[in-house]
Design a binder for this molecule. Sequence first.
Ligand code: ASP
Length: 294
Amino acid sequence: MANKCLSVVLHGGAGAKAGRDYSREIEHMRGLIEAARDALKAGATALDVAEATTRELEASGLYVAGRGASPNTDGIYELDAAIMDGHLLRCGSVAALEGFESPIAVAREVLENTFHVMLAGSGAAGFAAARGFKRIENPDAWFTRAGTFEDNHPPGTLAHGTVGCVVRDEEGRLAACTSTGGVFGKMPGRVGDSPILGAGCWADGHVAVSCTGQGEYFVKVAAAAQLAHRMRFAGQSVEEAAKAVLAEIAGLGGDGGLIAVAADGSIAMPYVSQGMKRAALTPDGRIVSAAFEL
Ligand code: ASP
């Protein structure tokens, strides 16, 4: 008999700092997992649930993505996002997108209605405008700068925040989304791992992955694709593969975390940073939500 279990994991970034109170985020993430579970039970696809959950994370203004993003050194908000459907290997992403409320929704539009997998900068913004996406009229009023209190860091330390969601639906389809404001104090035009399929986001028939952390390191080790390939070609479990990828990143001096769900519904959400805001519907139906150790 087919495995009918449902799994959902989301993250609100691995920039969590020890000693901070994340009870609001923990409550918010729990609510999103409950909503995702209900949507999946009602027959929604993994792709739709991953996108809808990520849109809510963006819209909340609580995390360093979407409304909670921080500006680059020119004071401009350039956002990145990616979405991937593991079932059909369809994907879309936007990089350094300026002026629109939901980068993940624009990435989904790239997936659905272009021949491409990624649009960047003014091309991405022109596409979003042409497709009727909601513009941000007044950035100073719109953005909450959620991570400001996580942002008192020495230059060059790549403090950061991101959101993401991975889902396995009842049919066994997998999907992943990642959306970010990037690292604090980033250069204009800087693009991290989040919108790069195979680095900060990936889904195939084996696993769906969303990463968070110092994106430069996740790009260097092709983090999300490496995790998938460890499972596919080396026979590792999702937990083993996730930990091995993060060990490599930590070995290079980077930090961060990731969430992943495998085709059998098993999940992993390890991190090598102080904490990672995260929540999950486990394959046995439990809901967990936390920022530090469980
Ligand atoms: N990985 C993101 C980036 O480098 C930041 C984060 O996940 O916190 O843009």
